[in-house]
Design a protein around this ligand. Structure first.
Ligand code: G4P
Length: 572
């Protein structure tokens, strides 16, 4: 058995309580509030992810949200300038070197939204997504675990390739998206131009809730739009030193705003009304249907607009709801416990060389220690070590409710897409795997390490780090790895060395695309130049092609062969 959670370490929950903030466990409710019913626990939860192109400010916003939720008392405590890149996750040297986050974790906090009853405390689960496009398959898995997404856009750059891709993933999964235009404190484009781009390039109608007062680079505050785009209120922000604290807000009526800001206010008010003329007002039904996206302008760095983002999430994002199962039925949140595994990860932290499976609770109450059934094997699974994980912080989870994310320690049998349940059996649909576009042969440098090599390959494959392909001609000693992005191969090499003490060599294979085929077509395909047929570990036969022309030629010459496209990263 590997390391169990260590009670001596400082956890997110402990930090939270030391700053008078939320509790890490959601079950008992915030201090002073009585435990409520299962339906109410589900209803007060919001589970979301922030999606963005790298550098749009995801880490900064995560920190700003934590600051507003009082999880931290000062921005910079979690990932200040010096240490930012190592915060959200630094489980691998590779991540540190590249400043990217490969792992996904979740931050839970309690939050009281403005405009809600005094005693209403919401529970927010913020699930981290990897930023780099090579890990878009991971991101897709993470997005199966959330109910809403915040799409972060850099005001100077507008839509970037990864933003577009991620948005498509959300659309495919029917996840409502709230758009945040970040870095408004820096010179950038005009707000109307940015909205046009969202509308035109992703076909999503932007419906601003808060409109900026002051051009990009001169961010003074936000105009709150009411019905028909009429300005309801002006929220003026004041900078704090280094943006370390929540920015103080002054609320003003439109008349006061006009007196204070003059032409800047007039421009904002005029633009806001203009938006209504083109139908860019919030409509909850269209938002939930994925046709419109509420927009908020913000500066994560200065903490401007951050409270508005949280309040919008609470007000508009859907609470956890029923989830469809493979039998075309659905598991309601009030049904007995069930959860879906969306991510498996090992070696997240040098002090805990263990394997964690992250599950999202779909229904019922999770109680640590309960024995659940693993739907894929029908075997019982004990949940003694259940954690919340955020960056390097881990804390034990005693109870969890629909929408919550729980990490299970040493969950060796669990893989992304698997279902856990109690009572009435349920199995959720598997998470589709992406069409690989990069292929590489993997070999152990030393034959004496073959056993470890095999173990490593099995482990990394079952976690979904890469897909593993085999065929009789190549044999089993050097399997072929298939990935969406080449950085996945680097993860394999780095982890083989760090966790299994195996040096592995990789030789890129000259294939560029894959199609699903069948046994009847495999023989003929195997005879073709520039084509090779493999069996993936899940039994699917894949034909790899050197390029799209070869594929097109074969499809034209031999239309009787089965060649089906796989789910591609770009069209999720
Ligand atoms: P990411 O996680 O999406 O990759 O982005 P991250 O938060 O790391 O932010 C990327 C850069 O953008 C950082 O600058 C960060 O300070 C800056 N940034 C984020 N939000 C804002 C904002 O609202 N306004 C401004 N002006 N800048 C913002 P950096 O130079 O890479 O790092 P650092 O030296 O500031 O730490």
């Amino acid at each position: 058995m590997n390391s169990a959670p260590d009670s001596a370490e400082i956890t997110t929950a402990e930090k939270a309580s030391s700053t008078g903030g939320p509790s890490g466990t959601a079950g008992s409710g915030p201090s002073g509030t009585a435990p409520t019913s299962l339906a109410a626990e589900a209803a007060r939860r919001r589970t979301f992810a922030v999606i963005s192109h790298p550098d749009a400010g995801k880490s900064t916003l995560t920190e700003a949200l934590a600051l507003h939720a009082k999880v931290i008392s000062e921005a910079g405590a979690v990932h200040g300038k010096a240490g930012r890149k190592s915060t959200v996750s630094d489980w691998m040297e590779m991540e540190k070197a590249r400043g990217i986050s490969v792992s996904s974790t979740a931050l839970q906090f309690n939050y009281h939204a403005e405009g809600t009853p005094e005693d209403q405390i919401n529970v927010v689960n913020l699930v981290d997504t990897p930023g780099h496009s090579d890990f878009s398959e991971d991101t897709y898995r993470v997005l199966t675990a959330v109910d809403a997404a915040v799409m972060l856009i850099d005001a100077a750059k507008g839509l970037e390739p990864q933003t577009l891709k991620l948005f498509q993933v959300c659309r495919h999964r029917g996840i409502p998206v709230i758009t945040v235009i970040n870095k408004w404190d820096r010179p950038g484009r005009t707000p109307l131009e940015l909205l046009d781009e969202i509308d035109e390039r992703i076909g999503l109608t932007p419906t601003p809730l808060f409109w900026p007062v002051g051009i990009a680079g001169d961010f003074r505050g936000l105009l709150r739009r009411g019905d028909d785009g009429v300005a309801e209120e002006y929220i003026r922000f004041t900078r704090t030193a280094g943006g370390a604290k929540i920015a103080p807000e002054v609320r003003m009526t439109p008349d006061e705003a006009s007196a204070q800001e003059g032409s800047e206010w007039a421009t904002a008010a005029e633009e806001s009304e203009l938006l209504s003329a083109t139908g860019q007002d919030h409509d909850q039904e269209l938002f939930l249907a994925g046709q419109t996206s509420p927009v908020i302008f913000a500066s994560a760095m200065l903490n401007f607009g951050v409270r508005q983002i949280l309040d919008t999430l609470i007000a508009l994002a859907p609470a956890p709801g029923a989830r469809k199962d493979v039998a075309e039925g659905a598991r309601e949140v009030t049904d007995p416990f069930s959860a879906v595994v969306f991510k498996v990860q090992a070696g997240m932290d040098a002090a805990h060389r263990d394997r964690l499976a992250f599950m999202r609770v779909v229904s019922g109450v999770f109680e640590r220690g309960m024995v659940v059934t693993h739907a894929q094997t029908s075997k019982p699974f004990a949940t003694k070590y259940a954690l919340t994980v955020f960056g390097r912080d881990r804390s034990t989870v005693e109870n969890a409710y629909p929408g919550d994310i729980v990490g299970l320690v040493n969950a060796n049998a669990l893989a992304p897409g698997h279902t856990l349940f109690t009572d009435k059996k349920v199995e959720f649909p598997p998470i589709p795997s992406f069409a690989p576009e990069h292929f590489s042969v993997l070999r152990a440098e030393s034959a004496s390490k073959y056993k470890q090599f095999r173990r490593a390959v099995d482990q990394l494959e079952s976690e979904g780090v890469v897909q593993i392909l085999r065929n009789d001609i190549r044999g089993d000693a050097s399997p072929v790895m298939a990935a969406v992005g080449p950085m996945q191969f680097e993860v394999v090499a780095a982890r083989m060395k760090a966790e299994f003490n195996v040096e592995a060599r990789m030789e890129p294979l000259g294939y560029a695309l894959a199609r699903r085929t069948d046994a009847a077509s495999a023989t003929e395909l195997g005879r073709q130049r520039g084509v090779e047929v493999f069996t993936r570990t899940d039994g699917v036969l894949l034909a790899l092609f050197s390029d799209k022309w070869r594929l097109q030629y074969i499809q034209k010459e031999m239309p009787e062969l089965t060649l089906e496209p796989l789910v591609a990263a770009g069209d999720q």
